[in-house]
Design a protein around this ligand. Structure first.
Ligand code: UDP
Length: 427
């Protein structure tokens, strides 16, 4: 029904090089105000995808700040639950369709079982961070009957997805459940569904990456090429990469189209698409992969990596190596809640080309620290320019890293979350 995950501890001192003194002071003081509070972060999958990535670092950081924090992952009994929640994810990001009575029953029924198990085991916390639509009904269920943590507990819903143009019927039927929460957190102001959210405090907290994670500690390029060569990529020819789950909204087909166009001007160019992580809440990935494979055909210079068993290193090293060996990185999403892969690539000082969508827009200032594109043609033009102009690529890459350092590292996000929790403690 649910699982408690242990994450290795981290020392707060390790983050000091990545915080300016104002941030470090404020973080310490807000954490001191919350000391003694027990926090729980809940989400739908232990690994795979951006939320799991954030929580595996956020939970140890909260603990290092002196706040007792647990990580809980729901484990629904029916496999169909994740088909339904993936559909909900797609609808909220704008897909057409609607939820049937049966799908809604699978969604609510599985979460009711999770809630029952949590109550039976008397899980309790003072602050509950519930991440993403998969968990949205849980607060209402846990607050009924015996509350998990007493009447004074704070219930926060954090919505990480791109709500720019949601499917209206889906948002109309699901969003009313936000009323069971005390505070709502979105990644961007423009995602706030103002029609539905009128009487709850709303906060904006864009995600962030952990500079201490193995995947974010830039590998030297020689080491990166050693790994990438052993994955079948030619070290004498240029490489571009997109790291992403195989997902409709990440537009892997558009990346292939852009690559093919760019290769007309840069003969020998190679493309890698890395989608190793199998998030348990993403049952569509297999289908998307088949379609992308068909689109790539037998092109020897398009490398699709989806099976961890065929990679000589672990996932995090593979991400790091491909990003560091590439001359240009792409994240051509058409919807994107935030896009940690964009942050990770920019942090490595590599020029990033992102789809002009959702959270990518707040990370890339077009032409300053990366490029925003809206079509494979535009993407191809930017790839060619960056491959042909090393100085420009170095300038854009350095500007990208500097902007991530200023805005999108984990301590800033920890502060954002703790400030919301403090609001509740002050009430
Ligand atoms: N990721 C990974 N291996 C892969 C593909 C993705 O580790 O093969 C990671 C990626 O590095 C990033 C996360 O999964 O940390 C994806 O987060 P993002 O916000 O970009 O997208 P999401 O998957 O949450 O939609």
């Amino acid at each position: 029904m649910y699982l408690k995950l242990d994450h290795p501890p981290v020392s707060l001192d390790a983050y000091r090089p990545y915080m300016d003194s104002d941030l470090a002071d404020e973080l310490a003081s807000v954490a001191a105000e919350l000391r003694g509070a027990r926090v729980a972060h809940l989400n739908a999958t232990a690994i795979g995808g951006g939320v799991a990535e954030i929580l595996q670092s956020m939970v140890p950081l909260f603990n290092a700040l002196g706040i007792a924090t647990e990580r809980i992952v729901i484990e629904p009994t029916e496999a169909e639950f994740f088909q339904v929640t993936k559909k909900i994810h797609n609808l909220l990001q704008g897909a057409e369709g609607s939820l049937s009575e049966r799908e809604l029953e699978i969604y609510h029924g599985n979460l009711r079982q999770v809630a029952t198990a949590m109550r039976r085991d008397q899980l309790s916390a003072d602050v509950w961070f519930m991440h993403d639509p998969q968990l949205l009904p849980l607060a209402g269920m846990l607050r009924q009957g015996q509350p998990c943590g007493g009447g004074g507990a704070a219930w926060l819903w954090i919505c990480h997805i791109d709500l720019t143009r949601p499917n209206q019927s889906a948002i109309d039927s699901l969003l009313p459940m936000h009323r069971d929460y005390d505070h709502l957190i979105f990644s961007l102001q423009q995602y706030v569904p103002v029609k539905h959210v009128t009487d709850k405090p709303v906060y904006i907290a864009p995600p962030a990456i952990d500079p201490l994670a193995e995947k974010n500690n830039p590998m030297d390029e020689k080491g990166a090429w050693d790994i990438v060569s052993s994955m079948g990529i030619d070290s004498h020819r240029p490489l571009i990469t997109q790291v992403s789950r195989f997902d409709l909204w990440k537009d892997p087909w558009g990346v292939i189209d852009a690559f093919r166009l760019a290769r007309e001007s840069v003969p020998g160019l190679q493309l890698a698409l890395l989608g190793l992580t199998q998030a348990s809440d993403d049952p569509e990935a297999g289908e998307t992969l088949q379609s992308v494979m068909a689109h790539a055909g037998s092109d020897p210079d398009i490398h699709l990596f989806h099976d961890p068993g065929l990679i000589p290193v672990g996932n995090d090293q593979a991400v790091n190596a491909l990003q560091m060996a590439s001359s240009v990185l792409v994240q051509k999403s058409t919807r994107e809640g935030f896009g940690l892969t964009v942050t990770e690539g920019m942090w490595k000082g590599k020029p990033m080309i992102g789809g002009n969508a959702g959270g990518i827009r707040i990370q890339i200032d077009d032409g300053q620290n990366g490029y925003l594109v809206s079509s494979p043609q535009e993407c191809a033009r930017r790839i060619v320019t960056l491959l042909q102009d090393n100085d420009l690529a170095a300038f854009i890459g350095a500007a990208g890293r500097a902007s991530v350092r200023r805005r999108f590292l984990l301590p800033r996000l920890a502060l954002d979350y703790l400030k919301v929790a403090r609001e509740h403690a002050a009430q």
